[in-house]
Design a protein around this ligand. Structure first.
Ligand code: PLP
Length: 376
């Protein structure tokens, strides 16, 4: 937690729960990624944290934006972000929304199927299009796997077809999975992409762009390599496969920019036991899966917690949210331990929660309001 966030939380009686985002960390993460991959253009994945202050700052720093819906596009445009800086990166779009994005000046679109290509040809004639290939998501804490992308063979056929349909076959994209901790996954994906570049150039189509996706991590319970190590692994794989003829490179970081910039201020609502032998305390917080922490599904993302009693003796706990739904559990198997002195009413902080929290919080399940953000 940055001193700036710690001071903000200490000095104000903030409603709980809420998210506090430090713009200095957003800027710093952007600059570190840029430095680690100077040849890549950064398209911030808006869905990670679309707070207007965050988007405006990144725009000033020279970021472009990966958007997933016409709503994200129109929000970005309303902040004065130029349409030329937007990519419509979702492979699942309504034709009417493609047309609206195109009318607004968006010219870069993702696809992974013939039917989507048909829509693009009708609603976005002449646009630059890139085909997403699928990856396994291996090594990622939050895999995206087969919902998106197609096989390399299919991508070749689709990119070939794109030209005949009046579109500009621009490049290839992939996403190795979010919170990707295995640096060799990019090598696999870049190797597949190179095969596509070669196959298409034999057919007279010279692709120009590789979109290396997201996957850059935030700092949860497990230590992660730094941006430099990601940059090194990715550039190593790029030169290994492409030699000196490097195509235009894009990255689409979401978590890697916004994750560590945010802290959720939460409160302990109840501590109880179930009279069972393991003696574990059940700690119920005022935020859970519906309040903005659905990435705890399968205990996949394991946030670090800070309490007022850190440093004292600890014991095992089960952590759960406050709603009347049984899926609203946070951690049962992950082996969390919290101080024995923890009390009902204690304020605790959930660290590195700047990405995929506010956008996931429900609008009012059980009447709980959506997660409020303070951007400082
Ligand atoms: C969500 C998403 C991203 C961001 O992924 P992170 O792992 O958070 O960096 C990038 N690209 C696409 C297409 C996405 O859907």
């Amino acid at each position: 937690m940055t001193p700036k966030i710690a001071r903000f939380i200490a000095e104000r009686n903030l409603p709980s729960p809420c998210l506090v985002v430090d713009l200095d960390v957003i800027a710093n993460n952007f600059k570190r990624l840029k430095k680690a991959l100077p040849l890549a253009e950064i398209y911030y994945a808006v869905k990670a944290n679309p707070a207007p202050e965050v988007l405006r700052l990144l725009d000033q720093l020279g970021s472009k934006f990966d958007t997933a819906s016409i709503y994200e596009i129109e929000d970005a445009l309303s902040l004065g972000i130029s349409a030329s800086k937007l990519s419509f990166g979702n492979t699942i779009k309504k034709e009417g929304d493609i047309a609206r994005a195109y009318a607004n000046g968006v010219r870069l679109f993702a696809f992974d199927s013939q039917a989507e290509l048909d829509k693009l040809a009708r609603a976005a004639p002449g646009a630059r299009v890139f085909c997403r290939i699928y990856m396994t998501g291996e090594g990622a804490d939050w895999p995206l796997s087969r919902k998106f992308g197609c096989s390399v063979d299919m991508a070749r056929d689709l990119l070939l077809a794109a030209r005949g349909m009046g579109l500009d076959p621009h490049g290839v994209s992939f996403h190795v999975g979010s919170q990707q901790r295995d640096l060799t996954q990019w090598d696999i994906a870049i190797g597949k992409t190179k095969m596509l570049f070669t196959a298409l150039s034999e057919a007279g189509i010279h692709l120009k762009m590789i979109n290396l996706g997201g996957g850059f991590p935030a700092h949860y319970r497990t230590r992660v390599p730094g941006p430099d190590q990601y940059g090194h692994a990715i550039m190593g794989a790029m030169t290994k496969h492409f030699g000196n003829a490097l195509p235009q490179m894009l990255i689409e970081p979401g978590r890697g920019i916004a994750g560590d910039a945010g802290v959720i201020q939460a409160e302990v609502v109840l501590i109880s036991s179930k009279g069972e032998e393991d003696g574990r305390r059940w700690v119920y917080l005022d935020i859970g899966k519906f309040g903005g922490l659905p990435e705890t599904i399968g205990e996949a993302i394991q946030y670090r917690l800070k309490t007022p009693h850190d440093g004292g003796p600890v014991g095992p706990v089960v952590l759960a949210g406050p709603t009347c739904d049984e899926v609203d559990m946070l951690y049962e198997k992950a082996g969390y331990k919290l101080p024995l002195d923890l009390k009902v009413g204690d304020r605790i902080q959930i660290l590195s929660t700047g990405a995929y929290t506010t956008t996931y919080s429900s609008v009012g399940f059980n009447g709980f309001p959506p997660l409020k953000t303070y951007v400082i």
